[in-house]
Design a protein around this ligand. Structure first.
Ligand code: FES
Ligand SMILES: [Fe+2]
Length: 423
């Protein structure tokens, strides 16, 4: 397909770029580098008709609690409002655009802008304006100024199992409808139990956000790249496993069941050549491998991704959300929020904390994901030439079925991306 790219952006159109004729089985490397494309992503994806993860309800536990976060480039405030509901507003003063909240977390009765002291409710309604009526009959706002029309920009908010999502768009379908079958993966992990935050970790990844977004959709790499998984048996291709996509192909989770190995001659032959199976490695302290099947279905790992910027993982008993925040075409932040349940006993909490060593910016498994994204960015260079090849499991959107040895979820990502971007 030789559709001109970025009809709305003359700079990119002038570059005569077009998507490869093979469609969603290829991703041209300019898509990870082009500043005009990045700007258009902010409009069509991050401010477009999708739900974006903001945080846990447990992070804003009391009336007046707030959290500063992002959707794409835009700063957003998640609050627990006066009536106890969660709300989200754009973190941009309705007067002249100052940042209203500067701290990552806090507690307040009202949202207050320091510049000229306009004050807003926790839902964003304008409550007061300094010198609204001027002084001694001079200055002040026009007589017909409407307080109701000058609140903070409100976002639609929805929650599932204590996770808060928001959208700028009126056209986004209800959250659970938007998630489709993948909502089951969230319910399976959380079982509607109250959550408890255990800690945070934020890493700057020197790579385009889409390189990281592809990574947890890429079930094919997990047992190949990650030495820890294969060597210590937490995840191997020979185990019972599968992949679930929603009908739109935007959201996906995959899972594996440790201890269900069915080794075939084929598998033995391949595994012998994988660097991820290294019999020479051993752990001095094996407690990190002791996971408890707390859900009772044998699933040792479940990685869930919603389009475009949310990940929920269960790796053994380690639980975390990952929020992907783009920081220009060449960088992104990944915010990890580790959690357990409010009714966890001390031993369970310690087990989750110990297993956190597997994940996060320096995790024995996860460190390799960011490293690969950064190495890809270096290899892509300026993106002027080349494209990735995405045919593992076939050339169709459903090619590969439910096997993890497939790039089906990545093909579906590029299909959805191109629809949204109209390229
Ligand atoms: S910019 Fe916030 S009160 Fe003026
Ligand atoms: Fe990985």
């Amino acid at each position: 397909m030789n559709t001109p790219v970025l009809d709305a952006t003359p700079a990119a159109a002038a570059a005569h770029r077009s998507w490869p004729a093979e469609g969603f089985t290829r991703a041209p490397y300019w898509a990870y580098r082009d500043p005009a494309l990045y700007a258009l992503e902010q409009e069509r994806i991050f401010r477009g008709p999708h739900w974006h993860y903001l945080g846990l309800e447990a992070e804003v536990p009391e009336r007046g609690s707030y959290k500063g976060t992002f959707i794409g480039e835009l700063p957003v405030i998640l609050t627990r409002s006066e009536d106890g509901s969660v709300a989200a507003v754009l973190n941009r003063c309705a007067h002249r655009g100052n940042l209203v909240v500067r701290e990552p977390f806090g507690k307040t009765q009202k949202l207050h802008c320091v510049y000229h002291s306009w004050t807003f409710s926790l839902k964003g309604d304008l409550l007061s304006v300094a010198f609204r009526n001027g002084l001694r009959g001079e200055g002040g706002l026009p007589k017909d100024f409407s307080m109701a029309e000058h609140g903070l920009r409100k976002l639609r908010v929805a929650t599932i199992c204590g996770f808060v999502f928001a959208t700028f768009s009126d056209d986004t379908p209800p959250l659970e409808e938007w998630l489709g079958e993948v909502a089951d993966g969230i319910r399976r992990v959380c079982r509607d139990k109250p959550l408890k935050v255990l800690g945070y970790d934020t890493q700057r990844i020197h790579a385009n956000w889409k390189l990281y977004h592809e990574n947890p959709r890429d079930s094919y790499h997990a047992n190949i790249l990650h030495t820890f998984y294969g060597t210590f048996g937490l995840s191997r291709q020979s185990q019972e496993s599968g992949m679930v996509l929603d009908a739109s192909g935007r959201h996906v989770y995959f899972y594996t069941k440790a201890g269900t190995e069915k080794d075939s001659a084929d598998y033995q032959q391949t595994a012998a050549a994988l660097r991820s199976h290294n019999a020479g490695l051993a752990l001095e302290d094996t407690s990190i491998l002791k996971w408890r099947d707390e859900i009772g279905d044998g699933v040792s790992i479940q990685i869930l991704t919603t389009y475009p910027s949310f990940v929920l993982h269960q790796i053994a008993n380690s639980l975390a959300t990952r929020q992907l925040v783009p920081r220009g075409p060449d960088e992104c932040d990944l915010v990890w929020t580790y959690f357990g349940f409010a009714d966890d006993d001390e031993e369970t909490t310690r087990m989750r904390l110990a297993q956190m060593n597997l994940v996060g910016s320096a995790g024995m498994v996860s460190v390799e994901d960011a490293a690969v994204c950064e190495m890809m960015m270096r290899a892509i260079g300026d993106g002027a030439t080349g494209e990735s090849f995405i045919e593992m499991g076939g050339r169709e959107l459903d090619g590969g079925g439910n096997t993890k040895l497939s790039e089906r979820a990545i093909r579906n990502f590029w299909h959805a991306y191109r629809q949204d971007m109209r390229i």
